[in-house]
Design a protein around this ligand. Sequence first.
Ligand code: MUC
Ligand code: MG
Length: 392
Amino acid sequence: MLDLASSAGPHATPLSGGALAGTRIERIETQIVDIPTVRQHKLSSLSTTQQNYVLVRVRTADGVEGVGEAATLGGPRWSEESVEGIKATIDTYLAPAIIGMEAAGFEAVGRTLAEAAKRNNAAKAAIESALFDAVGKTLGIPASALLGGAVRDRIRVLWTLASGDPEQEVAEAEKKLAERKHNIFKVKIGAKPAAEDMARLRRIAAALEGRAELIVDANQAWSETTALRCFDEMDEMGIALVEQPLPAWDVAGMARLRARTRVPIMADEAIFSEHDAFVVGQAAAADVVSLKLVKHGGLLGTRRVAAVAEAAGIGLYGGCLLESSVGAAAHLQVFAALPRLDWHCEHFGPQILKDDLVTAPLRFEDFHILLPQGPGLGITLDEDKVARYARG
Ligand code: MUC
Ligand code: MG
């Protein structure tokens, strides 16, 4: 059997001829862009007023350019990757390893990237997104068609309340409801003592009662005892889902918590790889998983995690890291092709940015985000905007 990836290295044998004959990867370029947010976004361990991305452009032999994006949140504080590190890793290790390979050989490229660098999932995800964009454009089909085909053209989308000021948050939620953009809200908690967060949540829950659903994200902030106390209160308030209440490593704690509460638990930072999903599933430690390209290393990795989670009875939620329309579009392409996505998605990123990087930003309509139409990821970079927000 001819092995196309490992021994072949940078000049793997072409996988296919015909329409894909010209998808040999010729050039990969990276660029850091910084876009301010419309307000401060506060998580348990970080606060930010600008989003930082690495844009990746892959050019194929026949001149097609594919685009991908790696998002970070607050530098290397949400996960270990920063835009500076992502750019350096791609430029120095990942790009040279796959120049000359066929863009359409997604699995072969993925294996070569895995050999070139451990983890670095956001960096790998941005490259893979650009490959899907380039191949989709080459064939004139959406990336979702390369993943089995879309089963939905829109996804219910929630908004995150994260200023930390409950009065501002109620006003923000009211505006989103009135605009019919969002009627599920995720409240970011964990930056303050739990009692203060519970009071804040009560205020928001009372104001929106009967008109919106609420979920919360503690971003690993709590101990098991704090979580137990809060879960009872949140159950009373009707909170629909609690995301990552305990540190990512505390899978056993999540399982104990889950056994003692009626409020469903979502794993976010606890599940990066499909192996993590297997461990969490085996421990019965979560009801739902938040899927993100930056965690799973790309569209194919996201599908692998989704498959393992589903096999363990864990529901799927379309997570984000406040991507621009570029990164959000890549997520929507894979989310649209998942047979089930029971817990909706949170790709509000393009709406929290003061500006976007594409000529036609993603559309939000009637509490849904729409899958962009068109080949590849379905978006086109606005080069003026890219130049305006490019670092340096
Ligand atoms: C996270 O932990 O879920 C996604 C939405 C948000 O407000 O923060 C991010 C990261
Ligand atoms: Mg989260």
